[in-house]
Design a binder for this molecule. Structure first.
Ligand SMILES: *Cc1c(COP(=O)(O)O)cnc(C)c1O
Length: 458
């Protein structure tokens, strides 16, 4: 191969940016299982989904056929403000580790929301606006999604109602204020503003909330006002589709220099960044054009891939959402309270779940002290203070690079650096104070979550 000098950062020119999203479902041999109506257990129709989601997003959600979907010009224009995101050769990390491995990361933290979530937020806000809606509702946990959506909604002049998990609302006032600065209304969840919130508060007085509970409230708030629809920042097929911009850009940048990654690593919460990063590469693998080793990394305290069941489950605590077939710990599962690293959703994207079940991808779980160790090591040599979520991927990238040091293999490793960790300093503080502990749920604890799975014969 003609060995060009690889720069620290590989940027794409504006004209090289992708103009279409890639829909990996079109190439999948086994399609992800459809969402089911929780009352009838029949696949959700477009009409039923249209009461919750915007029409165009419903079409994207149900599209298993078209491999490429045009990115509307308005969204491309917004992308150009903060994209293309850099693909960085981690020369400094490689040197520090003294590894023969070549490490690259795709950095998505270079926007005010601090994560990849803006890639889908802007698309979802655009389609809501185009449909003539007044606004959207959503939930947010740690706050990255709420922040991204607030930014997107203010750009298109849409109303944005965010239900924020109460414990985060109280512990992360800065995230809350960023959202309010962008004009969003932020309600701590569970709240008394919805019926499902009232029910959950009556059943669990004093609860500090959960993502599943905030989802139920946001869905109810959208369903009870025709000018609003609900939007979700992860898990759904449409979100993975929008996030494919990460993988398409990464691939275009690598192609420019003839670089072929052996391993592609990403953290997995609901699966959107990982799905987006690997999609175009996975397409090649499914079509038999090239082989890659994909690794999903999740917290040992919330191990949906590595210890979950592949089954239909509720997406939310209040059980108002459609059922999704996914790797899940059960909708009642709540990670141990000492868990500080994000990625705490009980389920995993149906698309990724199917790819994993088909043996096309590996999953690993890592403990949080090891994750923060990797975060610190990375921050000190590469300059970027990573989000704890992203540090899950860093952990495995470092582990793999260290293996190469032993074997002398010159593997090319690509990982997704999904965001920055400036709003996660309470977690970093715990780590710096030596107060961070690891918790791995026992089988008996996981059984409790599985016991709440709905009985669906599919
Ligand atoms: C939300 C988030 C994640 C996890 O979500 P996915 O849908 O699994 O990608 C990872 N990293 C950051 C920085 C996030 O904000």
């Amino acid at each position: 191969m003609n060995k060009k000098e690889i720069p620290y950062k590989i940027y794409l020119e504006e004209k090289e940016m992708p103009s279409k999203w890639y829909n990996v479902r079109a190439d999948m041999k086994t399609k992800p299982a459809p969402l089911l109506n929780p009352a009838t257990l029949q696949p959700m129709t477009a009409k039923e989904l249209g009461t919750v989601f915007c029409d165009e997003l419903v079409r994207q959600e149900l599209d298993d056929v078209n491999p490429y979907i045009d990115i509307p010009q308005e969204i491309l224009d917004f992308y150009k403000m903060y994209r293309p995101s850099p693909l960085v050769r981690a020369y400094c990390l490689e040197k520090k580790l003294q590894t023969p491995a070549k490490i690259y990361y795709k950095f998505e933290g270079n926007n005010t929301s601090g994560s990849h979530k803006l890639n889908s937020a802007i698309a979802q806000a655009y389609y809501a606006k185009k449909q003539g809606l007044k606004g959207v509702t959503t939930e947010t946990g740690a706050g990255q999604w709420g922040t991204a959506l607030s930014m997107a909604c203010s750009y298109f002049d849409l109303d944005c109602k965010v239900f924020m998990v109460k414990v985060s609302y109280e512990q992360k006032p800065f995230r809350r204020e960023v959202m309010r600065t962008y004009g969003a209304s932020v309600t701590p969840s569970p709240s008394t503003t919805t019926q499902v919130g009232q029910r959950i508060l009556a059943e669990h007085p004093g609860t500090t909330g959960s993502l599943g509970c905030a989802i139920s409230e946001a869905v109810e708030a959208a369903a009870s006002d025709d000018g609003y629809r609900y939007v979700l920042g992860s898990v759904l097929n449409q979100v993975l589709l929008h996030q494919s911009v990460i993988g398409l850009e990464a691939k275009a940048a690598l192609d420019k220099y003839g670089i072929i990654p052996d391993m592609i690593i990403g953290c997995a919460g609901g699966g959107s960044n990982l799905g987006g990063l690997i999609s175009p590469f996975m397409g090649e693998k499914i079509r038999g054009e090239r082989d890659y080793h994909f690794v999903a990394v999740e917290p040992a305290s919330c191990p949906s891939f590595t210890r979950g069941r592949f089954a239909y489950d509720f997406c939310d605590t209040g059980r108002v959402c459609p059922l999704a077939k996914m790797y899940t710990l059960g909708s009642g599962f709540i990670p141990s309270s000492n868990h500080a690293g994000g990625l705490r959703y009980h389920g995993m994207s149906s698309t990724l779940s199917q790819l994993y079940d088909d043996g096309l991808m590996e999953a690993r779980s890592v403990e949080q002290t090891a994750v923060f160790e990797a975060a610190e090591q990375f921050a000190r040599v590469e300059g970027i203070l990573p989000a704890p979520e992203s540090a899950h991927a860093i952990r495995v990238a470092i582990d793999e690079a260290l293996k190469c040091k032993e074997t002398g293999e010159e593997k090319t490793i690509l990982f997704g650096l999904t965001g920055t960790g400036y709003f996660d300093m309470v977690a970093y503080e715990k780590y710096n104070n030596g107060e961070m502990t690891d918790y791995i749920p026992t089988d008996a604890e996981l059984e409790k979550g599985f016991a709440g799975l709905p009985k669906v014969e599919k």
